[in-house]
Design a protein around this ligand. Structure first.
Ligand code: FES
Length: 168
């Protein structure tokens, strides 16, 4: 039987240092596998797509001096919304009504019947739903039609010369 240096080295028992290094390597590989499985789950749970804009957030929508007493105005505003891993600009709208007593009302334009967007008719001073004919007065109260309730009122405040609404 021939013997050379290579066979001699292979027959040597593993040194404690070598065993420790291999054990660390195996541990690192296992850790990588575990992180590889857990990271996507954590990513999904904490995904921005699951964190839409917070309800209750206050948003400035108009300079206060632009809304005259007695006026109803549709206002659109934009918010940057994280959608998945991108951020995109989303547009929203709200109706503002400046009452004669100086207070301001804000309405979600979604009809409480099936969600169509109501339109304010200046001459009639009424909100009208184009889908099934729901009608609401300037205070958002139901006048006629199938909607079960009046328009959804949003909290409003005037601060720093701006009209702010609270999103719901
Ligand atoms: S959706 Fe507005 S009346 Fe039906």
């Amino acid at each position: 039987m021939r013997s050379n240096g290579l066979e001699y080295q292979q027959q040597q028992p593993d040194s404690p240092i070598r065993r420790r290094v291999l054990s660390w390597l195996v541990g690192l590989i296992n850790l990588g596998v575990i992180v590889g499985f857990i990271a996507p789950v954590l990513g999904f749970i904490s995904s921005p797509a699951r964190r839409r804009r917070e309800p209750g957030e206050w948003v400035p929508v108009l300079n206060a001096h632009e809304l005259k007493p007695g006026e109803t105005r549709a206002v659109t505003y934009s918010l940057m919304v994280k959608d998945g891993y991108t951020t995109a600009e989303h547009r929203y709208s709200v109706y503002l009504y400046h009452r004669s007593d100086g207070t301001i009302l804000a309405f979600d334009p979604s009809c409480p019947h099936l969600g169509c967007r109501v339109e304010f008719k200046e001459r009639k001073q009424r909100y009208v739903c184009p889908c099934h004919g729901g009608v609401f007065d300037t205070e958002g109260n139901l006048v006629s039609g199938p909607p079960p309730t009046g328009l959804t009122k949003l909290p409003v405040r005037v601060d720093g010369g701006k009209i702010w609404i609270q999103r719901v």
